[in-house]
Design a protein around this ligand. Structure first.
Ligand SMILES: NC(=O)c1ccc[n+]([C@@H]2O[C@H](COP(=O)([O-])OP(=O)(O)OC[C@H]3O[C@@H](n4cnc5c(N)ncnc54)[C@H](O)[C@@H]3O)[C@@H](O)[C@H]2O)c1
Ligand SMILES: O=C(O)C[C@H](O)C(=O)O
Length: 296
């Protein structure tokens, strides 16, 4: 009796947060680059997500320890670690969502484009494996330069005959997270109430936070302050790269942003209505083939 009461109370709590165990199908999430600076905290956050039933942690090295560590957390997701080319197929098989933070990060003085030569090859190889082993998965691309890695993945999927423009997302959520934080601080509004769409791309001046559409609106911000907020959002990545002084780029805030975006994907797959996020996707909003905007 007591256990069934506890069970139904916990189900009620889950429902009130938008989750329902009985309605939610089994979902497998794979993280490629799971032992890295983003990969590890992202693995933790996805292990905490009640919509995940199976969590597949893949990297070229280091996943045995990360998977053992994360697997001890008492949440339902079953965790498995995979390493090296031989295990990539098994890591991906049956995945509903694949998150890709694999690749090298910036050091001070570099632009995201300086990462292209190394990361393009990594993303091409991983996308080829996704096309083979889980062609229907939603792909969340974190690896930089996002403005290029997303089109690369699209080309790989087209070549494999598996491309679905609605399933490939460049993760620009960190730009939104930053815009919300910086706006709330300046406008003096509670950060949890704030929303700011960010469109364009994910590099320097291609990051376009639309503070004119921010909610709650602020009448107190001057034009100068909005220009400064825009510049800080555009330079947010560089601010962290310089602060880390050679030890990489944003990892913790990115893991948070990646977990928010992946959660939106899982909710979308589960039929939860009105899920809206900004993402860098194939687009007809401008003449550019890919553009970040609000997607539902
Ligand atoms: N989209 C964004 O907003 C955003 C934000 C922050 C960082 N990033 C990008 O994310 C990437 C990762 O950053 P990080 O700080 O985690 O770097 P990191 O070096 O700490 O981790 C990268 C991980 O990728 C792994 N890796 C390399 N090649 C691989 C392959 N072929 N298959 C699987 N794993 C592989 C490495 O072993 C490493 O564990 C960088 O390109 C960085 O620029 C993007
Ligand atoms: O700035 C970087 O190199 C990493 C990432 O794109 C970010 O915005 O933090």
């Amino acid at each position: 009796m007591r256990s069934s009461l506890l069970k139904s109370t916990s189900e009620l709590l889950r429902r009130s947060r938008g989750y329902s165990s009985s309605a939610n199908p089994e979902r497998k999430v794979a993280i490629l680059g799971a032992a890295g600076g983003i990969g590890q905290p992202l693995s933790l956050l996805m292990k905490l997500n009640p919509l995940v039933s199976s969590l597949s942690l893949y990297d070229i090295a280091g996943t045995v320890g990360v998977a053992a560590d994360v697997s001890h957390i008492n949440t339902p997701a079953l965790v498995k670690g995979f390493m090296g080319d031989d295990q990539l197929g098994e890591a991906l098989e049956g995945s509903d969502v694949v998150i890709i933070p694999a690749g090298v990060p910036r050091k001070p003085g570099m632009t995201r484009d300086d990462l292209f030569n190394i990361n393009a090859g990594i993303v091409k190889a991983l996308s080829t494996a996704i096309a083979k082993h889980c062609p229907n998965a939603l792909v969340n691309m974190i690896s930089n330069p996002v403005n290029s890695t997303v089109p690369i993945a699209a080309e790989v999927f087209k070549k494999a005959g598996t491309y679905d423009e609605k399933k490939l997302f460049g993760v620009t959520t960190l730009d939104v997270v930053r815009a919300k934080t910086f706006y709330a601080g300046k406008a003096g509004v509670p950060v949890t109430d704030v929303n700011v769409p960010v469109v364009g791309g994910h590099a320097g001046i291609t990051i376009l936070p639309l503070f004119s559409q921010a909610t709650p609106p602020s009448n107190s911000l001057s034009q100068e302050e909005i220009v400064a907020l825009t510049k800080r959002t555009q330079d947010g990545g560089t601010e962290v790269v310089e602060a880390k002084a050679g030890k990489g780029s944003a990892t913790l805030s990115m893991a948070y942003a990646g977990a928010v975006f992946a959660d939106a994907c899982l909710k979308g797959l589960n039929g939860v209505p009105d899920i809206v996020e900004c993402s860098f996707v194939q687009s007809t909003v401008t003449e550019l083939p890919f553009f970040a905007s609000k997607i539902a």
